[in-house]
Write a protein that binds this ligand. Structure first.
Ligand SMILES: Nc1ncnc2c1ncn2[C@@H]1O[C@H](COP(=O)(O)OP(=O)(O)OP(=O)(O)O)[C@@H](O)[C@H]1O
Ligand SMILES: [Mg+2]
Length: 365
């Protein structure tokens, strides 16, 4: 095969679209190499991370495009992730690719439930996932992952630091203050002390290499949220709300806090959107009102990521220690949460693309 064929292949592969980003592979400068031998063609791509949701589709489309030019050849597509520059706190958690905060203005709207399901759905897709329960007042994740009785294993390193090892369940590495102290102990601690514990929790956990680290935040805009946004190179934040009008003001406050510290908002998830009785599937009850999440997203000019209905299985999954996305008996709720997870990942890729287009300026806070 010759130079002409290679040029044709490069052009055809270049026309393949990366649908999340709305650009072709040529526009994204994603083709790093094309190798031709007698009857084998290797295409090397560098895509905007994370690639877990797009790699397969792009692999198929590239193979089709190449096969149209060189029928009968053995085509292999190699996908790597591009390196996304960090604009601040580059040295913190350097082995973690995407750092996603799950936040809300109001308490009890389902942050921990969404964070648990997001983490589990990411792991289900084959990503390396960590979940940091940043709610030091009332940690939920040990219960939500069925590890309420577990302790955290800790070791002293050679330079005298203490390193904690997250507990793993369903392919998710979970760290929580709940593995370190009794529930009631955390409740009596004061703000600055809590922020100190939180920093320890972040800095002294041996996460290893992760594609995603999900932070389950306590409600509001207090010390923990500020510490997190100032010290950690967050990729973005997902806001959780319920549909009520009164939640709107809380979401707005929370969004503006993240914006003030330059954290991208990945979008708004509306939880507890409606209830469909399993024995009367034709009925729908808007228990907490309707449309608040979409409205909040529209007003703040951020993506709306979807509505999550109230289901018994979601609640019992949380209490019994298995996120509902992993429960085959509640497939439709699981499917919905997987689609929302895919939308979150798609937004992460857009944020990463934007970062790659910006000039790199190192800012250390
Ligand atoms: N879609 C849902 N369907 C049914 N129950 C749900 C749903 N989402 C959350 N819940 C339940 O609502 C309760 C509160 O949820 P969760 O603990 O996730 O909220 P939170 O926002 O993390 O609360 P906090 O502000 O206290 O951290 C839990 O019992 C949970 O199981
Ligand atoms: Mg919570």
């Amino acid at each position: 095969m010759n130079q002409l064929v290679e040029t044709q292949i490069r052009e055809a592969v270049g026309q393949v679209a990366d649908n999340d980003l709305g650009f072709t592979l040529a526009e994204l400068n994603a083709i790093s190499n094309i190798q031709l031998s007698d009857n084998a063609i290797n295409v090397y791509l560098e895509l905007i991370p994370p690639v877990h949701w797009v790699a397969q589709t792009i692999d198929q489309r590239v193979k089709q495009a190449v096969a149209a030019i060189a029928p009968g050849s053995q085509i292999t597509v190699f996908v790597r992730e591009k390196e996304v520059p960090r604009l601040a706190n580059a040295g913190v958690l350097p082995n973690v690719s995407q750092l996603i905060a799950v936040a809300s203005g109001k308490g009890g709207v389902g942050k921990s439930t969404i964070a648990a399901n997001l983490a589990a759905a990411l792991a289900q897709k084959g990503a390396r996932v960590g979940l940091l329960d940043a709610d030091i007042y009332g940690p939920s994740q040990p219960t939500m992952f069925g590890m309420a009785d577990e302790q955290m294993r800790a070791e002293k390193t050679e330079d005298g630091r203490v390193l904690g090892f997250p507990n793993e369940q369903y392919g998710v590495k979970v760290a929580s203050i709940g593995f370190v102290m009794e529930r009631d102990q955390a409740a009596i601690m004061r703000g600055p002390m809590l922020a100190g514990y939180f920093t320890t929790l972040v800095e002294q956990i041996a996460w290893g290499e992760l594609d995603f680290l999900v932070f389950d935040l306590p409600p509001g805009t207090g010390d923990i949220q500020l510490t997190l946004t100032q010290k950690i190179p967050l990729t973005g934040a997902v806001m959780v709300t319920t549909p009520q009008e009164i939640s709107l003001a809380d979401v707005r406050r929370s969004i503006s806090m993240f914006r003030k510290v330059n954290v991208d908002i990945l979008g708004v998830i509306e939880n507890m959107s409606y209830f469909i009785p399993p024995d009367m599937p034709e009925k729908r009850y808007d228990i907490f009102g309707r449309g608040g999440g979409k409205m909040a997203a529209l007003q703040a000019n951020v993506p709306f990521l979807g509505e999550v209905p109230l289901t018994l299985g979601t609640r019992s999954g949380g209490d019994e220690g298995m996120p509902v996305v992993l429960n085959p008996d509640d497939f439709s709720q699981g499917q919905l949460l997987r689609e929302i997870t895919a939308s979150v990942v798609s937004q992460v890729r857009k944020v990463n693309l934007k970062k790659m287009e910006q000039p790199v300026v190192q800012i250390t806070l």
